[in-house]
Design a protein around this ligand. Structure first.
Ligand code: KYN
Length: 351
């Protein structure tokens, strides 16, 4: 595969979406409708030849459907149907948040700004005395669903080990634009630093669209916010880093992103042209994807990881075995889950 920099020059990689990925992985029903043009060997069958010769209306429609399917994580879940996967994800989040609020000392709806949606929740470890590490979570849901009140998966296993957990709210679309959400997350993190200036590190974790918002923090201008947060690590889980493909899917309907909005809010595009980091750029950035995430999510994560490396960041890449887009994050309810362990190891070994 071409490196990220070459990708920027030629045709966008998602425009020549790999035929391999469609045919060898779990095949969503929509893809089964594809004409024989896409054979693994790349040969064009006679059916498709005749189809290609005629001015058929289907090719753009099919390409759009392919693109949308790639960006609908629920279609790639193996063990459950799409609806059931989304339902289970919500249920797990809801249960975990209720438990967290019932059993953990917390400060809820702490304002980080004047906006109605500028709120965060903080959950504390039991015997909190002295400086704490702060694990700050930014939920996913395509910038148009999800809430801090229902997605606090990791509170129990992390607070049990002495980590404070912050769950950050932001104004999802259509209320919020991408620019506004990025600004909110920046202000939210600045406020954690201001409130706890002697923290043992702020660790950012985002899932899916939340990983995008977390990654945008690598570009934040903290001077404008009057404080530099003590960032010590990033966990970017099943994220999106190049938003342009999404402009061409129905997922953009509530987001109303123009190609320019997508470009400005794409850490992949921005970091490709950003100055290189000094070699001692301190904290680790873990780019993490699930084995059963869609091929486009794999491509986006891998290319972002490569761009980080080329930019001098301390990045690593992790594909988590046998988890899909939703399990990868809801399993943070479990203390023995591999990602829970990676997070704790990163925080306490202080890489
Ligand atoms: N609820 C989510 C939470 C996290 C990440 C994605 C979603 C989605 O709903 C994605 C899309 N609507 C899907 O059907 O896969």
């Amino acid at each position: 595969m071409a490196g990220p920099r070459e990708c920027g020059k030629g045709e966008a990689p998602w425009k020549k979406m790999s035929k391999e990925s469609f045919l060898v992985t779990s095949v969503p029903s929509i893809v089964l409708c594809l004409p024989a043009v896409r054979t693994l060997s790349g040969k064009i069958s006679s059916t498709s030849l005749s189809a290609a010769a005629a001015p058929a209306p289907w090719p753009p429609v099919i390409l759009a459907a392919e693109l949308e399917t790639q960006y609908l994580p629920s279609r790639w879940v193996l063990r459950l149907g799409a609806e059931e996967a989304l339902r289970t994800y919500s249920q797990m989040g809801d249960d975990a948040t209720k438990t967290a609020r019932a059993t953990t000392r917390s400060l809820l709806d702490v304002p980080y700004g004047d906006g109605e949606g500028d709120k965060l929740d903080i959950y504390f470890p039991k015997d909190a005395s002295g400086a704490l590490p702060f694990f700050t979570f930014i939920h996913g849901g395509y910038w148009q669903s999800g809430s801090k009140d229902t997605l606090a998966f990791m509170v129990d296993p992390l607070t049990a080990q002495g980590v404070a957990v912050v769950i950050l709210a932001y104004d999802i679309a259509p209320k919020g634009t991408l620019d506004h959400m990025v600004d909110q997350v920046t202000r939210g993190i600045a406020s954690v630093q201001r409130r706890y200036p002697c923290n043992e590190g702020i660790y950012l974790c985002g899932h899916s669209a939340g990983a995008h918002l977390a990654a945008m923090m690598l570009l934040a201008n903290w001077t404008e916010h009057g404080v530099t947060p003590n960032l010590r690590g990033f966990f970017l889980v099943s994220g999106l880093y190049d938003l342009e493909p999404i402009v061409h899917t129905p997922l953009n309907a509530p987001l109303l992103m123009t190609p320019e909005d997508a470009q400005r809010n794409s850490p992949q595009r921005r970091l490709e042209v950003a100055p290189k980091q000094p070699v001692d750029a301190a904290y680790p950035i873990l780019v993490i994807v699930g084995q059963h995430d869609a091929p486009e999510f794999h491509r986006q994560s891998r290319e972002f990881y490569q761009t980080l490396l080329q930019g001098g960041w301390k990045a690593s890449f992790e594909e988590l075995h046998d988890v899909d887009h939703f399990e990868i994050i809801w399993k943070l309810t479990q203390k023995d889950y591999v990602l829970t362990q990676i997070i704790l190891k990163t925080i306490f070994q202080k890489y």
